[in-house]
Design a protein around this ligand. Structure first.
Ligand code: 3VV
Length: 321
């Protein structure tokens, strides 16, 4: 059976079918070097941060700037890249659309069109051959599971094919605003590191304050956001609860709910990919859904796909028989 995008994600993109390949070659060396640098430099800072936090550099200014940057860029990914651009869970006014694309780009996870194409491909082939980052492609058993964890968490980023953007993201490629934001990706990458440095320098009125803010609210914050995001691909496809029926191994992992802004209610997400709220049960924290609700109240978004009792009953495990 041929799996089409429309069947699986609900399709924010028009599924223009055809025999288009799912991948189109490999990344060039220049981009591959960028991936290494933008993964390892923040990661090195995160490792260094543990001893450094004991009395070197970390100030309340750095903590506040790091939290603010984490909130902006993290929600740029969850609300923007993920729920809006990939899955079309709501419609947004143009200024908000552009702001979400920029905020997502500042998470240093690649330009929006590539991110969205990869993620739609993930849903189309979830946990099967063709999924760019499933942990289950190596089989079962301890060694295969260890390999699978590494591959799904970050290994896939180092040695990977390029997802066919024409097939998986034609709607974004036809959107001039998004193409512009996409083309300026290197600028947003610079801004995401320089903004906290400039703010830290001005607030403390010192070069030292700029340096520590760059380290904590730039590098360390990006590294933490990277690993939280990647955990959705790795941990949330390996362990956790599966109260809803999905065609893959996606699971709900409650300890990640706060840091991932509600994205770790991943079982519901794969059972109902276009739903704007992932934490649908009582007590399931989902700050991304809260913010979408707020945007709706402000009139910035409309046509939000909120969960309905009928839909939830239909996808609940045990209800299908
Ligand atoms: C609280 C949050 C919770 C979130 C939960 C999410 C829920 C969803 C669930 C689960 C989904 C998870 C999904 C995870 C995905 C993670 C991905 C990562 O983490 S990536 C990490 C490392 N960072 C990078 O890889 C950036 C590296 N790239 C760069 O910095 C720049 O692109 C750079 C410096 C290499 C080049 O920048 P230039 O502006 O000079 O050049 P230019 O024009 O952009 O690129 C040239 C060509 O290469 C492509 N390209 C650029 N970056 C690419 C990339 N990362 N991958 C593939 N192609 C790339 C471009 O599209 C362009 O191709 P053309 O000419 O348009 O066909």
């Amino acid at each position: 059976m041929t799996t089409t995008l429309d069947e699986t994600s609900g399709g924010a993109a028009p599924p223009n079918g055809g025999p288009k390949p799912i991948t189109v070659g490999s990344r060039n060396n220049y981009v591959q070097l960028g991936v290494y640098v933008f993964i390892f430099v923040p990661f090195a800072a995160l490792i260094a941060a543990v001893p450094l936090a004991w009395g070197w550099g970390l100030t309340w200014t750095d903590v506040i700037l790091a939290v603010v940057m984490f909130e902006i860029t993290g929600h740029g990914v969850t609300i923007g890249y993920h729920r809006f651009f990939t899955h079309g869970s709501f419609k947004a006014k143009r200024p908000l659309k552009i702001a979400l694309a920029v905020a997502g780009s500042m998470a240093v996870q690649g330009p929006p069109i590539i991110w969205v194409a990869d993620h739609r491909r993930h849903h189309a082939y979830s946990d099967k051959e063709g999924d760019p980052h499933s942990p289950w492609l190596f089989g079962t058993g301890p060694v295969a599971i260890a390999k699978g964890f590494w591959h799904s968490h970050m290994g896939w980023l180092f040695d990977r094919d390029i997802t066919n953007k024409e097939r998986f993201a034609p709607d974004l490629m036809a959107d001039k605003d998004i193409v512009k934001v996409n083309d300026l990706f290197a600028v947003w990458t610079a801004v995401t590191f320089l903004l906290p440095a400039v703010a830290g320098g001005l607030i403390t009125w010192s070069w030292w304050g700029a340096l520590t803010a760059f380290f904590w609210a730039g590098l360390v914050r990006v590294a933490i956001l990277h690993h939280v995001t990647w955990s959705t691909n790795s941990i949330c496809h390996m362990i956790g609860d599966r109260p809803f029926v999905s065609r893959d191994r996606a699971a709900n992992v409650w300890p990640l709910a706060i840091l991932s802004f509600g994205e770790s209610w991943h079982n519901l997400h794969h059972a109902d990919p276009t739903c704007a709220r992932h934490g649908v049960k009582r007590g399931q924290i989902d700050t991304s859904a809260r913010m979408i609700w707020l945007f709706e109240k402000f009139g910035w978004v409309h046509s939000v796909r909120w969960p309905t009792p009928q839909r939830l009953a239909k996808i609940s495990a045990g209800q299908e028989a």
